[in-house]
Design a protein around this ligand. Structure first.
Ligand code: TYM
Length: 332
């Protein structure tokens, strides 16, 4: 049996990278797989959060999932903190995870920066909780952007270690699904940095809740270079900002970089940016609109999440009992 699990941290607004690298692929996967889509609020707590804002971001993430096309009747949309199996399994897996593996995680190094001793245990253990998110459902496939590849390799290693230690095949080794052409959308201000929720500049990213005017402004201000659009993708090798914008356009239109270069060859960025803005507004506008509609009725969003939490709990509870049994703990 194939089962999908994936998730997004509700820290601030979701952005175009989350959409192209993850959510858009989730929507199509619903046709072929049993899917669970999580709002990973416990992971959000690994960086400081304002409680009021966090609550709002959790509900906004749920609204965006649904507005973007995740169907709560077909897929389970739920909240990580409301399914206790995640943290239970995280502890059990942490007892099998060597520190050396965690020391290699580049996201921890980036986020902890120079003050490693001041970083929290939660930030360090983050990838073990992520492995638990996946393994508690015995998920077989995990659709993510490229930046999560290392975490997924760790999840596979942890699953393999558990299986070997207890001579079982209880955990499938989850396959990363890094799909499409926009697996790493870059910042609009710096073509060498990933588009990210934690970038201090709002102009570095398109939020999924931005209105048409804001999208137009951000694209107008997006960094480019003085040259016109190239004739072929080869010319983009030393032009990271141009490559990023062309890649975003290609991903939104389902075209190749070659197609887009041919379409705009020799034209100015002013012309291209106008077209890119139109396509962004046409794609994201309906999602923003529908998210806003859904957020007018918070009790319905909470009810949908409660339903999802209950369904996820059924699977997680059964599996945690099985893991307890395998490891020699007593069942309740
Ligand atoms: P997060 O919240 O940073 O990102 C959520 C998803 O969006 C993708 N993504 C991007 N894709 C392309 N370009 C970008 N600039 C970009 N930025 C983000 C991410 O790859 C991800 O797929 N650790 C995870 C959340 C998580 C998770 C899980 C994911 C927790 N448990 C279990 C899968 C399975 C994270 O921080 O994603």
């Amino acid at each position: 049996m194939s089962r999908i699990l994936s998730g997004i941290q509700p820290t601030g607004y979701l952005h175009l990278g989350n959409y192209l690298g993850a959510i858009r692929n989730w929507v199509t996967m619903q046709n072929d797989y049993e899917c669970l889509f999580c709002i990973v609020d416990l992971h959000a707590l690994t960086t400081p959060q304002d409680p009021q804002m966090l609550r709002q971001s959790i509900r906004t993430a749920a609204a965006v999932y649904i507005a973007a096309g995740i169907d709560p009747k077909r897929s389970i949309i739920f909240n990580q903190s409301q399914v206790t199996g995640h943290t239970q399994l995280s502890w059990l897996l942490s007892c099998l995870t060597p520190l050396g593996w965690l020391n290699r995680m580049t996201q921890f190094k980036d986020k902890a920066g120079k003050q490693k001793d001041q970083a929290s245990l939660g930030l360090y253990a983050y990838p073990v909780l992520m492995a638990a998110d996946i393994l508690i459902y015995q998920a077989t496939h995990v659709p993510v952007g490229e930046d999560q590849k290392q975490h997924l390799e760790l999840a596979r290693d942890i699953a393999g270690t558990f299986n070997r230690a207890y001579k079982t095949e209880f955990f499938p080794l989850p396959e990363p699904q890094i799909l499409g052409t926009a697996t790493r959308v870059m910042s609009l201000r710096d073509g060498l940095a990933k588009m990210s929720k934690s970038d201090p500049s709002d102009y570095s990213r398109i939020h999924l809740m931005d209105n048409a005017d804001t999208i137009a402004l951000k694209i107008r201000k997006a960094k480019t270079d003085p040259a016109p659009l190239p004739f072929s993708p080869k010319e983009l090798e030393s032009r990271p900002e141009a490559l990023n914008l062309i890649n975003i356009y290609a991903a939104l239109q389902g075209k190749t970089l070659e197609n887009v270069c041919q379409q705009f060859a020799g034209q100015s960025f002013a012309v291209f940016k106008k077209e890119l803005t139109d396509i962004l507004v046409a794609t994201l506008g309906p999602i923003t609109q529908e998210s806003q509609n859904l957020l007018k009725d918070i009790s319905s969003i909470d009810a949908l999440l409660a339903e999802g939490n209950a369904k996820a709990n059924l699977i997680a509870q059964k599996n945690i009992e099985e893991v307890h049994n395998i490891m020699g703990l007593l069942r309740p």
